[in-house]
Design a protein around this ligand. Sequence first.
Ligand code: ADP
Ligand code: ZN
Length: 736
Amino acid sequence: MTECCILRVAVNAPLSQLFDYRPPPDASPDALRPGCRVSVPFGRRRECAMIVELGDSSELPATKLKFAHAALDDEPLLNDADLWLVRFVSDYYQHPIGEAVAAALPALLRQGKPLYPVVEHISLTNEGANAAAGELTTKAPRQAAFLHRLRERGGLTGAALDDAMPGWKRLRKNLLAKGWIRIAEMQDTAGDIACRTATPQHGPALNADQSAALQAISNGAGFTVSLLDGVTGSGKTEVYLRLIDDAIRQGRQVLVLVPEIGLTPQFVARLELRLGIAPLLMHSGLGDNVRLAAWRAARDGSAPLILGTRSAVFVPLRNPGLIIVDEEHDSSFKQQEGLRYSARDLAVARGKKLDMPVVLGSATPSLESLQRCSEGHYRRVVLPVRAGKAVPPLLRLVDLAAHPVTDGLSAPILAAMKRNLADGGQVLVFLNRRGFAPTLICQGCGAIAECGRCDARMTVHAGSNRLQCHHCGAVRALDPKCGECGGAVVPLGQGTERLEETLNAHFGDCRIVRIDSDSTRMKGSMDKALALATAGESQILVGTQMLSKGHHFPNLTLVVVINADQGLFSTDFRGTERLAQSLIQVAGRAGREQRQGEVIIQTAFAAHPFWAELLRGGYERVARAALEERELCAWPPFSRLALLRAAAAAKVDAHRFLDSARRIAVALHADEVRILGPVSAPMERRAGRYRAQLLFQSRDRQLLHQVLHSVRSKLERDPLSRRIRWSIDVDPIELF
Ligand code: ADP
Ligand code: ZN
């Protein structure tokens, strides 16, 4: 059928197509442009949807084509470039477009709330103004006070009156009836975020490496990607500050993305101090109203600097000028559920679309980015040495074959700790495992406490005296007797909680602070612990990777890594890359000011070639070796991967689903795409579901995406697809 105008809208539902509607009869054309929202009848519900395209015809017969209920915006919320991003994300990640739109909007806008909150505005009518000037004062003092107030201020919002004259609502009916006041609805802009400005403080003069880096990055106009590869403390942030300042001076907005735990108060304060501008923060901890206000300030251009975590990559920008992704290797830039996007990769895609520079920074760049540099797509800009006076830390191993441990700590570690503490230094003890112990074992029969819903052991949490599954969150009380034989159970192995206890026994005089996701669950506790550590008031810090990134502890002289060996034998092809990154990052916390830092790593496999590479050649050497290996096996970045995951209550369903996916893919005869599996996931059962996966691998990205697209659209029609959980993970960073 033909129509003058058809709205093609995205609905927030797990469906890949757009839906056609007729425009609401009374809406103005301005409110019906792509990027505007409309409410539509959808099934039996009314949904808030976004117009993505306008068409002049629909494949639906006229009788089936419904009218949208109403237009919700006067102008598009998302502009063409924003809509391009949404479509790109949906295509690239093989994900329903409605959910991609949802990722780009704050919750209140997804729910159909207005861009600006609507508030009541109360003002005087002419009669009211006359009455206020008259003789009310003695007869009705409260009314008089109220009217005077309104006259003084030329009208007030309901919220302002609530503050100024509580109880005013009791007067309202009477005054309305007399015709003395009028109440109108208006947009509230009071919640908008003012970016305070103060006089910026001067930073250090750039050293030669930094100046060269700044020049290389600023060289040329338009889209470029620079990888700022600089050891921890080499002054990357100083280079960012110059770039940001430059862009803002030119009237451009800057978006800075940091990992989940990179949004430390220290970093925010440093930006504000040096730029004289409070960065607009965007992260998952914001309340709905604050988030909406922040989104508006980015969209209307009033916020020059936006600092956010992963999801901020979607924020609309009116005058975009620069995107910086700090710690670009960090895995938290990849969303691991739902819409599985990489914020780093999207930052690059957005930079290209908007023709602006993108800067990726890291002390331990991802192999993907290093390879992009080798191929000439990105510029590699290196800061080889620490800025200022700090020298790089000394790294050494403690061979556990030669030095037995008691409670996780070997004699050389204890000796080094004593020495550093006696010299007034601070020590960081790193163990990437929270809880008291990873295993509870029966001394009688050897039975191990397992999760009833996962193929996993329960972790002992002594503080709460409970067992907890770190995979599904299941919790149960810790029974001191074995469920099988009634024997006594004991915790086996080390978690941060136990380590803290051990350290207390050895260093009772020191103040010890533990930082992990258990100890920092309470709001504000993380900031408090970090403040103690930064001020040097706690001598020993013990914790997980939450402690390893981004922080600056001026007094820290020794970093101890308790157990690095899990990473050496990881089944994941990214195992050594990840291990090297986490070790270099935590090592980077040591000796950041005057004193040289020391890093000691305990390992039971001191002869493993990884250690020789890391100790002699640092991250660069490890990365080079890993890249050679990946090239030989054609793993990323020398090929592209996509993982089709399925999980079902019955194992056979998950496998049957993937078998049919495999058959669909094979029938396409795309020989350049390898199909591996289906196989059961390394941890097969999780939260009561059996999990399996099918891996697609190809050197040809476009072909891979064509295959994925066909497989996906056929699978969506498979009845099994509605009974099981499944997902496509494009560029997965974990293969289980
Ligand atoms: P990164 O971001 O690479 O970890 P920073 O920019 O935080 O490094 O710099 C590390 C430390 O060195 C900071 O204390 C910073 O003030 C200092 N610094 C950076 N550049 C210089 C410089 N050119 N001269 C003196 N000190 C510097
Ligand atoms: Zn579990």
